[in-house]
Ligand binder design. Structure first.
Ligand code: SAM
Length: 192
């Protein structure tokens, strides 16, 4: 296959902008796959801040990082991503290279615990202030469940309001796949 799958493309975007020694955020730690991916990109000199509201997700992510010997350069935060600024040093404002959101519920977890439009949008708005120029926020939008469809609509409405002078907004979506496959919204900050 030549056109990248959605999850592969989310990693390609992160890889483009996240380099050795950089700082980045995983807004939805879940089982820790994206946190580990980012931790590998930033190496020992960089740092990742990873958030989840579920203790079980934080533990799962801790175990994955620990096994991979990557726990040293990750801060795991048991809190909502919209509170991210309470957990990052102020000197990182304007310095983040990337942030990833994998929306929806934790695979293999409680499907009633899902990301919500208000807090997701609050976090995205805040993170845009903390990104450096050229930094990217990647959102993988799962809209096959009822709350996911509501979150999709709110997000699409919000990102359409972003001024093209300040941000470039991309939607990456397969148009002929069944059962509401996930799609990507990527926001690249164009100003410092
Ligand atoms: N990226 C993860 C991975 O690599 O396994 C999967 C993430 S999963 C689809 C979504 C996660 O978002 C769940 O673990 C859920 O607990 C978490 N979540 C829901 N609302 C949140 C919030 N306001 N802040 C942070 N995490 C949240």
């Amino acid at each position: 296959m030549n056109i990248e799958r959605v999850l592969t493309f989310s990693k390609t975007l992160l890889e483009k902008v996240t380099e050795d020694g950089d700082f980045a955020v995983d807004a939805t730690a879940g089982n820790g796959h994206d946190t580990l991916f980012l931790a590998n990109l930033v190496g020992e000199k960089g740092h990742i801040y990873s958030f989840d509201i579920q203790q079980s997700a934080i533990e799962e992510t801790y175990n994955r990082l620990n096994q991979a010997k990557k726990i040293e350069n990750v801060t795991l935060v048991h809190d909502g991503h919209h509170h991210f600024h309470q957990h990052l040093p102020l000197e990182l404002k304007g310095q983040l290279s990337s942030a990833i959101f994998n929306l929806g519920y934790l695979p293999g977890g409680d499907k009633k615990i899902v990301t919500t439009p208000d807090t997701t949008i609050e976090a995205v708005k805040g993170l845009l202030q903390w990104l450096k120029k050229g930094g990217i926020i990647v959102l993988v939008v799962y809209h096959g469940h009822e709350e996911g469809a509501v979150e999709r609509d709110a997000l699409m409405q919000y990102v359409a309001t972003l001024d093209q002078k300040n941000a470039r907004v991309l939607k990456y979506e397969f148009l002929n796949q069944k059962n509401n496959p996930p799609f990507i919204i990527a926001i690249e900050k164009s100003t410092p």
